[in-house]
Design a protein around this ligand. Structure first.
Ligand code: NAD
Length: 248
């Protein structure tokens, strides 16, 4: 079966690392991007230069019409999806809860939770044997923050990732008999640009002493766990979450 993967938010950071590894593993790769068109095109160019198959589609995962258009684009260009990585995610400037306005948690849940939900629904509609699909695998990007709570930094983001953990478990059970596996990866602190959105671009180096392994992680280390969960080597693994967090 032709391996076709959609990675949301794949223009940079962890999503881009997943895109490169997936191409090396023989997937036709679609990355979606929100604003960073040049970066998305650079990921596609790097993959195609190595004789891989890739394309980039602009889509905001928080907007249902965008997601529906994105999936139709994959259908038309590549064929039936076999893997989805719900990677797109946001956090906002570090703050205490009494400094946060309520629109912020709505924005964060719209991308991190609602976006993952809509993309998963579209994937299930294509992959499930109930809909004449041939099965597939979904990986959701959680965070160690879902267990640690991120006090004083972003409890709203941590709560959104806890919702992802529960969505992973429920969805995994719901579609387990329909040929679809659903798992999560929970990164610790990884060197990416997301920390600049928190107003703390040096966050990884600032807190790495609190990590048992005494270092931050790299996007490629997260991508390897994602690729394993998507692979047939994980054929009896569903509803699971793998920490990639240096023991944090
Ligand atoms: P990043 O900011 O580099 O990547 C996030 C990507 O998601 C970007 O490409 C961004 O454009 C995209 N995106 C954001 N909102 C979107 C939307 N509405 N629609 C479509 N795309 C959207 O950060 P990253 O660290 O690579 O983050 C990837 C995932 O890993 C996120 O879900 C994040 O929460 C999670 N994560 C990161 C860390 C870390 O330390 N870097 C730790 C735990 C979890």
């Amino acid at each position: 079966m032709k391996k076709i993967i959609l990675i949301t938010g794949g223009s940079r950071g962890i999503g881009a690392a997943i895109a490169h590894l997936a191409a090396e593993a023989g997937y036709a790769v679609c990355i979606s991007y929100l604003h960073h068109r040049a970066a998305a095109e650079a990921v596609v160019a790097a993959i195609t230069q190595k004789n891989g198959i890739a394309m980039a589609v602009q889509a905001d995962v928080a907007i249902e019409e965008d997601v529906i258009r994105l999936f139709k684009h994959v259908d038309a260009s590549f064929g039936p999806l076999t893997a989805l990585v719900n990677n797109a995610g946001i956090l906002e400037r570090q703050a205490r809860v009494d400094e946060m306005d309520s629109t912020r948690i709505q924005r964060i849940f719209a991308t991190n939770v609602v976006g993952s939900f809509i993309c998963s629904r579209e994937a299930v509609r294509r992959m499930s044997t109930r809909h004449a699909g041939k099965g597939g695998a979904i990986v959701n990007m959680s965070s160690r923050a879902s267990h640690l709570g991120a006090p004083g930094e972003y409890v709203d983001y941590a709560a959104s990732k806890a919702a992802i953990d529960t969505l992973t478990i429920g969805l995994a059970k719901e579609v387990a008999a329909e040929g679809i596996r659903v798992n999560a990866v929970s990164p610790g602190i990884i060197y990416t640009d997301i920390h600049a959105s928190g107003g703390d671009p040096q966050r990884v180096d600032r807190v790495k002493a609190s990590v048992p392994m005494k270092r931050g992680g790299y996007p490629e280390e997260v991508a390897k766990a994602v690729l394993w969960l998507l692979s047939d080597d994980a054929s009896y693994t569903t509803g699971a979450s793998i920490d990639v967090a240096g023991g944090r």
